[in-house]
Design a protein around this ligand. Structure first.
Ligand SMILES: [Zn+2]
Length: 352
């Protein structure tokens, strides 16, 4: 069976990576929103494996171990530090199992994953050392469990991203490093998005780019700039929500459709974003535009589901197992054109 490395694959065309496990596993009923701890690898490993398989079926080339937020500090917050290593190893094992039983003629790539620690404090040596330790132990477990690549993601401090990259580069695995600036459009330590990405390339990141926080509309302009300036492969994995110039991230996104509920939720994030979900065509258009710019590492972060991942894959010219079930309105009883469909039923369409 074929098993090319990440860079060889990217040199030859698009590579798809499904992210967004927190939101999708929460929707499936196996994780608490807000708290967002990936206990699913220990408590319901089958549910996690199912999601990986659904993403694989939809065309994800990378099986990213669900260890986002599964770091020592978060485990301390919920008082379960003793489960840190078991959680990480279980998530990595599930990912490895799926990656090594692909649906096509090539192995998937299993990715170890580190991310924003929420512990980073600028110019604080103690915080830096603690974050390094948090990253290093997770990277060690990933290597131990057979990761093919390492992904560092969702960093909103440039310096924290540099540290993540440094730790990942202590291994000889290919690295993907993506940043997730907030609404101010620079990293929280004041470094611009483009300067952070340039620095990450300089420091040896194999794939550099952006993920999370921003939807297609408010991420693409930055990706364009990054692609223009960087020489390495670029990654683009937006959230699947309709962010706007006024609200570039999903954190303060208002529900312009007018929420009709009387529940006391103060914000739409993270539990009432549903009405702002991009449809498949919007996601397909993003993927196509990004790919045409020369961005070969593509996916969706929060809000991703298998249907949208298939859309990304197909938008860049791939046919995936789930393509068999792409929409077919031809045989719809009212919208279709099939000869057997009754005229008086079809004619009623505008009043339906
Ligand atoms: Zn995300």
């Amino acid at each position: 069976m074929k098993n090319r490395g990440l860079i060889e694959r990217l040199d030859h065309g698009p590579v798809i990576c499904a992210e967004g496990f927190l939101f999708e596993i929460e929707k499936r009923g196996y994780l608490s929103s807000g708290e967002f701890v990936p206990m699913v690898s220990l408590e319901n490993p089958n549910a996690l494996e199912n999601l990986h398989r659904d993403f694989q079926h939809a065309g994800s080339d990378i099986v990213q171990a669900f260890t986002y937020n599964g770091h020592r500090e978060k485990m301390r917050v919920i008082g379960k530090e003793d489960l840190l290593e078991p959680l990480n190893r279980a998530a990595l094992k599930v990912a490895k199992k799926v990656a090594t039983s692909p649906l096509g003629d090539e192995q998937n790539l299993m990715a170890g994953n580190i991310s924003n620690s929420n512990l980073w404090k600028p110019n604080d040596k103690k915080s830096k050392l603690e974050v390094e330790k948090i990253f290093r132990e997770m990277v060690d477990w990933a290597v131990d469990e057979g990761a093919d690549i390492l992904i560092g993601e969702t960093f909103y401090y440039a310096e924290e991203a540099y540290v993540a990259l440094k730790i990942m580069k202590e291994t000889d695995l290919p690295t993907v490093i993506t940043v997730a600036p907030y609404g101010q459009s620079f990293l929280r330590d004041g470094v611009s998005i483009i300067d952070t990405c340039k620095e990450l390339e300089q420091r040896g990141g194999d794939v550099v780019g952006m993920n999370c926080h921003r939807g297609p509309n408010t991420m693409l302009p930055h990706l364009k700039e990054i692609r223009k300036i960087l020489k390495c492969h670029v990654a683009g994995l937006p959230i699947s929500y309709r962010t706007t110039e006024k609200n570039p991230t999903f954190f303060n996104l208002p529900d312009n459709n007018g929420c009709i509920c009387s529940s006391p939720h103060e914000t739409t994030f993270p539990t009432a974003l549903d009405p702002m979900q991009c449809n498949r065509y919007e996601i397909g258009q993003f993927a196509k535009e990004a790919y045409n710019l020369g961005i070969n590492y593509l996916g969706i972060c929060c809000g991703a589901n298998p249907m949208l991942i298939r859309e990304v894959a197909e938008a860049v010219g791939l046919t995936v197992p789930a393509s068999k079930y792409r929409e077919n309105l031809e045989n719809h009883y009212m919208y279709g054109k099939n000869k057997r469909l009754l005229k008086h039923i079809k004619d009623y369409r505008s009043k339906a």
